[in-house]
Design a protein around this ligand. Structure first.
Ligand SMILES: [Zn+2]
Length: 211
């Protein structure tokens, strides 16, 4: 009975988006990449290299991290899996190895979430960010990880990505104008994480063990 429920859950497109019949599929060193549009092979190989290079900066990462990656065009497949988070750049499901990415340009690898400010990210860094979410959950526990503060989790994921949605200049302008932005917590989280890791000799365990 319980096993049946688990199997049913695993068969749900929310956990197994390949059931949404993505037309293109490519095997890469970072896992199988499904996509709605045909991805430029050079863009894809540069993306894979960039993601791997960024993951090497995390002691939580194994040498050959792989996920299922689903690149959408922001259409019905994205809206179906992203649901209420549809303005996100990507979604990583807590119980599945799948990363689902919002509207991606198949030639440049630029992802757009529809925002005017902080509306673009680049695929290689974004995948490193999303892979890092799973590194945290795998190393510190799926349940325990839900209790970590958002700034720390998103800050560490952006730290692994080596970049944030907002640039220094954009953040400075937001501060000048006294304006808030949903991506500020990521940027500020990355700065805090950077400072903590610098002070503790780079111990990610110490960063997360303090809660
Ligand atoms: Zn994130």
């Amino acid at each position: 009975m319980a096993l049946g429920a688990v199997l049913l859950l695993l068969a749900s497109p929310l956990l197994a988006p390949q059931l949404l019949a993505f037309p293109h599929k490519t095997e890469t060193p970072i896992g199988t990449v499904w996509s709605e549009e045909e991805l430029d092979p050079d863009m894809l190989s540069l993306t894979v290299e960039h993601t791997q290079e960024r993951l090497r900066t995390s002691p939580l990462a194994e040498a050959n991290e792989q996920r299922w990656v689903f690149i959408t065009d922001g259409g019905w497949r994205w809206k179906y899996v992203a649901n209420i988070s549809s303005s996100a750049f990507a979604i990583t499901r807590p119980l599945s190895p799948a990363v689902i990415v919002n509207r991606t340009d198949p030639n440049s690898g630029v992802i757009r979430n529809g925002r005017e400010l902080g509306g673009e990210r680049e695929l290689g860094g974004l995948l490193a960010h999303e892979f890092a979410h799973e590194l945290i959950r795998r190393n510190y526990g799926r349940l325990a990880s839900t209790r970590f503060p958002t700034w720390k989790v998103e800050g560490y994921c952006d730290y692994v990505a080596g970049e944030s949605t907002l640039t220094e200049a954009q953040v400075a302008r937001l501060k000048d104008d006294n304006e808030d932005h949903p991506a500020l917590i990521y940027f500020e989280g990355r700065k805090r994480v950077e400072a903590i890791l610098k002070a503790n000799g780079g111990s990610v365990d110490a960063l997360f063990e303090e809660g």
